[in-house]
Design a protein around this ligand. Structure first.
Ligand code: SF4
Length: 312
């Protein structure tokens, strides 16, 4: 499988089959400090593009193998909404998804592009990230492409939230001593008071980050949550609340899934059935998979991926 990975138990969205719209290389208009991918030059459009047809053909096979899937998530090694055939892809997925929901995880920047804005209106669920609303903090934490205008981004998030009829989620990810100041939290709160959404997830780093930065503690996250307007649908994203039905994974699926998304032992035990856990342990023993320690949490990734990321 080139594009499809999982299923993964998303902390917030349920059992999800991921579609990686940029499987070969990172293509993103941000270069966030906390990105779980290696640092890369920002771009404003994809240079490496696959057709919707080849993506949907793989999805059809995976949906048959994993009937427990609840959500089909558009994601990427980078920013999925930069994919130029998004509209056509969403239409093709709609034809085969049956009762599954479509979801995109986006950094929100392309919402100021009318064509992308219209495409996103056609999804069942949208998760928009909004880590900062003041230019200085935004530039430091998300390291956006020079074409991106923060005030247009913020305005587009507000407008989209009023027009969109699907399930809208906002995510704010906190990085220690960057966007966790009283001033920035107040500024984000002021914007969020104008946004119509189902849930606002406050989180922090829980994957190995691209740069040397630190997340904040769960207690601090809890403290921050009290600085927002109590009328807002604030939720603290925590791994412990995940529930999932274990699935069967082939060797290729295990490697492909961990390549896209490093997982902890807890994640693996939630996701994999007994036979798949045995296969995972075997791959670990054979050094096909290896572990990486970050902020006292052990993540598993393919050994080849660790080498690839170091070279970038
Ligand atoms: S975290 Fe997402 S938006 Fe930020 S650089 Fe990585 S892929 Fe891009």
């Amino acid at each position: 499988m080139k594009f499809i990975f999982g299923p993964v138990a998303s902390r917030r969205f349920g059992t999800s089959l991921g579609i990686d719209l940029s499987p070969d290389t990172k293509q993103c208009n941000f270069d966030c400090l906390y990105c779980e991918l290696a640092p890369a030059q920002t771009i404003s459009s994809y240079t490496k593009v696959y057709t919707p047809q080849e993506i949907v053909e793989e999805l059809e096979v995976s949906l048959k193998e994993h009937p427990n899937t609840e959500v089909i998530t558009l994601t990427a090694n980078g920013e999925p909404s930069l994919y130029p055939h998004l509209d056509e892809l969403i239409k093709k997925i709609d034809l085969i998804k049956n009762d599954k929901q479509t979801l995109i995880l986006t950094n929100s920047a392309t919402l100021s592009n009318e064509k992308t804005y219209q495409s996103l209106l056609n999804l069942d669920q949208v998760k928009l990230s909004l880590d900062a609303v003041s230019t200085e903090v935004f530039r430091k934490i998300d390291r956006p492409h020079e074409d991106i205008d923060l005030s247009r981004l913020v305005q587009s998030v507000i407008s989209f939230s009023k027009e969109y009829t699907g399930r809208l989620f906002i995510e704010v990810l906190f990085v220690k001593e960057l966007n966790d100041t009283k001033e920035e939290i107040q500024a984000i709160n002021t914007v969020l008071e104008k946004v119509n959404c189902e849930r606002i997830d406050l989180g922090t780093i829980d994957r190995p980050p691209a740069y040397q930065i630190e997340g904040i503690s769960y207690e601090r996250l809890f403290e921050i949550s009290h600085q927002f307007n109590p009328a807002l649908p604030i939720h603290i994203a925590s791994r412990k609340s995940v529930t999932s039905k274990p699935s069967s994974y082939t060797q290729e699926e295990i490697i492909n899934t961990l390549d896209k998304r490093p997982l902890t032992r807890v994640d693996i035990e939630l996701l994999f059935d007994e036979e798949s856990i045995k296969l995972f342990d075997y791959l670990l023993k054979k050094d096909i998979l290896s572990s990486k320690n970050i902020s006292n949490m052990e993540f598993f990734i393919p050994s080849s991926n660790q080498q690839r990321k170091r070279k970038k």
